[in-house]
Design a protein around this ligand. Structure first.
Ligand code: RB5
Length: 143
C-alpha cells in the first residue's frame, strides 16, 4: 500500500517509529514531516496527508500529534476523508470495519509505541464490512 504519514513535534517520535514499521511491512511511505521535535503547526502536515489520500495519490494516511485531536479535526475537513482518532485496538479495528476510515490518527503523548504499532497493523489489515455501513458513510458528506 502507498501510505502518507505526517506529524507535528508532539507526534514526531512516534511517527518515526511507525514510518520504520511501515517500511518493514513492505509499504511505500510518503513522509510529509515534520522532521524534528522543533515546534510546527499540525494543520500543515494534516492537510497534506488528507489531500494525498483524498486525491488518490496515497491509499491511506496516518497522522500523529500530541493528542491526535488537532490532526483528526483538520483532516476531517477535507472532503472524502474519514479520519479516525483511536487510542486502542478495538476502535482501530472498528474504524475500518464500520467506518472505512482512510486516515488513522493517534496521540504521541497518549499511547506508547508498542500499542501504536499493533493498532497500525490491525488498521491496515482489517477490511471494510460494507453493506449497511456503506449507506451510512455515504450519508456523511452533504452540507
Ligand atoms: C502541540 O503542543 C499540541 O497542541 C498538538 O500536538 C496536538 O495535541 C493538538 O491537538
Amino acid at each position: 500500500m502507498k501510505i502518507a504519514i505526517g506529524s507535528d513535534h508532539g507526534g514526531f517520535e512516534l511517527k518515526e517509529r511507525i514510518r520504520s514499521l511501515l517500511a518493514d511491512l513492505g509499504h511505500e511511505v510518503r513522509d510529509v514531516g515534520c522532521y524534528s521535535t522543533e515546534s510546527v503547526d499540525y494543520p500543515v502536515q494534516a492537510r497534506e496527508v488528507a489531500h494525498l489520500v483524498a486525491s488518490g495519490g496515497c491509499d491511506r494516511g496516518i497522522l500523529i500529534c500530541g493528542t491526535g485531536i488537532g490532526v483528526s479535526m483538520t483532516a476531517n475537513r477535507v472532503s472524502g476523508i474519514r479520519a479516525a482518532l483511536c487510542h486502542e485496538l478495538f476502535t482501530a479495528k472498528m474504524s475500518r470495519r464500520h467506518n472505512d476510515a482512510n486516515i488513522l490518527c493517534m496521540g504521541g503523548r497518549v499511547i506508547g509505541p508498542g500499542l501504536a504499532e499493533e493498532m497500525v497493523k490491525v488498521w491496515l489489515t482489517t477490511p471494510f464490512d460494507g453493506g449497511r455501513h456503506l449507506r451510512r458513510i455515504s450519508m456523511m458528506d452533504g452540507d
